[in-house]
Design a protein around this ligand. Structure first.
Ligand SMILES: Nc1ncnc2c1ncn2[C@@H]1O[C@H](COP(=O)(O)OP(=O)(O)OP(=O)(O)O)[C@@H](O)[C@H]1O
Length: 260
């Protein structure tokens, strides 16, 4: 089995992503390490979801390679992937009739036997996830009774219970107000540091991502670059992200401003 020498949890080599009739981005070289909080940013339709789908094997790469830890993604089974990556999608693919604790318990699915019997390790992982994000008071509530912000925390709880070194989230702050967007992203930042898990999320909250993330992956015009927020700003990659007739990036406040 081909190996790549590095301490990355996930890396790519000369990766090209897209669909049968559409090349989305090429020459992608990204590296994700333990404890890092990484935002994937880019305008609508730039390829953020395509990149996340490709690195989680939901979509085949057009060419190039993805490595999970040091193994080529092509050679790893779905079960092995689920022990390394947990995925939190925006759309909810579960019955909201479940209680919070039942939903968090689903995170242990890759580890339980076919009867779904929980071992002590499973029960401890579920409790730890509930404690880590303060879900104790919500544990017996039905998911249908939760606000979007609470539901997002519960989805994160399920990913934590899966206890993988890498958590990937597709737009975790959609539908949240500014306070809850900041709350969820700050929680992701805290979890990446306390658990040393790598957390990667696609987002349109560029201002917040610049303040909170260790690294930014920018998908733009068929290219993908990975830099620290400081270098992304210093190298002026954000200046021409959007058409300049309406908004411009202000490097001093590290935020986008509407042109007067
Ligand atoms: N199944 C598909 N087949 C062909 N083209 C697709 C498919 N899914 C997406 N695309 C195209 O690939 C490009 C990248 O789409 P993608 O959904 O990855 O962008 P995104 O950055 O996640 O967008 P958004 O911010 O709007 O969610 C777009 O041009 C889109 O139309």
């Amino acid at each position: 089995m081909e190996k790549q020498a590095s301490t990355s949890i996930l890396s790519t080599r000369n990766l090209t992503i897209g669909y049968d009739d559409k090349l989305v981005a090429k020459n992608i070289e990204i590296n994700i390490h333990p404890g890092e909080l990484i935002a994937v940013i880019g305008v609508n339709g730039s390829g953020k979801s395509t990149l996340l789908k490709t690195i989680t094997k939901e979509l085949d790469a057009i060419s190039g390679e993805v490595f999970l830890e040091d193994l080529s993604l092509e050679k790893i089974s779905a079960k092995e992937i689920s022990e390394i990556i947990s995925i939190v999608l925006t759309e909810t693919h579960f019955s909201k009739n479940l209680s919070v604790k039942e939903l968090v318990t689903l995170g242990r699915h890759p580890y339980t036997n076919w009867l779904g019997v929980l071992s002590k390790i499973d029960k401890d992982a579920i409790q730890q996830a509930i404690d880590l994000i303060d879900l104790q008071d919500l544990a017996d509530r039905k998911c249908s009774s939760l606000s979007d912000g609470q539901l997002q925390k519960v989805m994160l709880g399920r990913a934590l219970a899966q206890d993988t070194p890498l958590i990937i989230l597709d737009e975790p702050t959609t539908h949240l107000d500014l306070y809850h967007k900041a709350f969820v992203l700050k929680l992701l930042q805290k979890l990446s540091k306390t658990t040393q898990k790598a957390i990667v999320f696609a987002t349109h909250e560029i201002d917040l991502a610049l303040q909170l993330c260790d690294q930014i992956i920018l998908v733009n015009g068929g290219k993908v670059i990975q830099l620290t927020p400081e270098n992304l700003i210093k190298e002026k990659h954000l200046e021409h992200l959007f058409p300049s007739d309406l908004i411009q990036f202000d490097a001093v406040s590290k935020s986008f401003k509407i042109k007067s």
